[in-house]
Design a protein. Structure first.
Length: 92
């Protein structure tokens, strides 16, 4: 499998915008009651890794067309669920 280089990259400053208030809200939606202060940097790094993986898979899916003349420019809902083998293509 080829490596995919993107013209844009996720900068650490964008991920640093996830301030504790936003991270708390996200954690509460996941069922977490309290978060220690030391965890915030770890959460930011995990979010950055996960976003990079999702974007990498999206780029592979959109650029990996069988026919160059039919290059895809958008993602549709069935792409997430249907891969022909019963597995999710993107596995969000």
């Amino acid at each position: 499998m080829e490596t995919v280089n993107s013209t844009r990259s996720l900068s650490a400053s964008n991920v640093a915008k996830f301030v504790p208030k936003r991270l708390n809200r996200l954690a509460r939606r996941g069922g977490v009651i309290r978060i220690q202060k030391e965890i915030y940097d770890t959460i930011r790094s995990v979010i950055l890794v996960r976003l990079r993986e999702i974007i990498r898979r999206l780029v592979i899916l959109l650029e990996g067309s069988k026919y160059p003349s039919r290059e895809r420019k958008e993602l549709i809902t069935p792409d997430r669920y249907d891969s022909g083998y019963g597995n999710s293509r993107l596995r969000f």
